[in-house]
Design a protein around this ligand. Structure first.
Ligand SMILES: Nc1ncnc2c1ncn2[C@@H]1O[C@H](COP(=O)(O)OP(=O)(O)OP(=O)(O)O)[C@@H](O)[C@H]1O
Ligand SMILES: [Mg+2]
Length: 239
């Protein structure tokens, strides 16, 4: 079942077309890679879908509903969640309080209920010592906390913006398995932005490739990675 769809989605910043007529769709249970060189428009695309910024043209549909100009908090309530490329744990809040924020804002749960749900989620992600200050967490724990906070929104669609960045090989393996498990168990549609192609190959069912805001290729990673246009735009330069 199609969860999310964009049709000719565009956004300009002054003279620059950051996202240029992008049409795509994501299905329930699908892990979709969103790749492309620096500045290709990947984060802007996620910002448009989550409602942080509004498009200049085009349309966004979530479960058949037009959400193109819907405010971000309403989209969150409908089930669209994301993590941020530049992580910003809320300082002076503990690990569990950071996760609670997700369910208090998007879901309007009481503190007590939010704490219970956050503790469950942290357990599910293997996070312990939940009253620790966020400054005491490892990078992997911070990444998992960000994912737990997004899951506290109770999403059906989840975007992860470079969530593996900064992790070593073992931590990356751990987080890949975690993302696969939560996607499967919750039947989530997951959009994954990553620069490490090994992660994309292992984690995703399908990828879309952005270059200078345009969608230039789409398909399974093995196929797309051989596409000459993609090699030229991205893989050649990055390898
Ligand atoms: N708020 C903004 N104002 C002006 N320009 C912006 C803004 N946000 C993004 N841009 C520009 O839009 C283009 C796309 O940026 P975006 O951050 O979406 O790329 P990206 O694919 O996520 O890159 P990276 O891989 O480096 O994270 C870039 O040229 C960027 O400088
Ligand atoms: Mg980005």
């Amino acid at each position: 079942m199609t969860k999310l769809k964009t049709i000719g989605l565009s956004r300009r910043f002054l003279g620059l077309v950051a996202v240029n007529k992008v049409s795509f769709s994501m299905d329930e249970g699908e892990i979709l890679g969103i790749i492309g060189p620096n500045g290709a428009g990947k984060t802007t695309f996620i910002n448009l879908i989550s409602g942080i910024i509004m498009p200049g043209e085009g349309k966004i549909e979530y479960k058949g509903q037009d959400i193109t100009y819907m405010p971000a908090h309403e989209r969150a309530r409908l089930g669209i969640a994301r993590t941020y490329q530049l992580i910003h744990p809320l300082e002076n809040l503990s690990l569990i309080e950071n996760v609670m924020v997700g369910s208090i804002f998007a879901r309007g749960h009481s503190m007590r209920e939010a704490r219970r749900r956050a503790a469950d989620l942290c357990g599910e992600l293997g996070l312990k010592d939940l009253d620790r200050d966020t400054s005491k967490l490892t990078i992997l724990e911070v990444k998992k906390m960000e994912i737990a906070r997004a899951l506290a929104n109770e999403p059906e669609v989840l975007f992860l913006d470079e969530v593996m960045a900064g992790l070593n090989a073992d931590e990356t393996k751990d987080l890949i398995a975690t993302v696969q498990r939560i996607a499967r168990e919750r039947k989530l549609a997951v959009g994954v932005v990553e620069h490490v192609m090994g992660v994309i190959r292992e984690l995703t069912h399908r990828v879309i490739v952005l270059e200078a805001g345009e969608l230039i290729a789409e398909g399974p990673y093995e196929e797309v990675s051989k596409n000459p246009r993609v090699v030229e735009a991205y893989l050649g330069g990055a390898a």
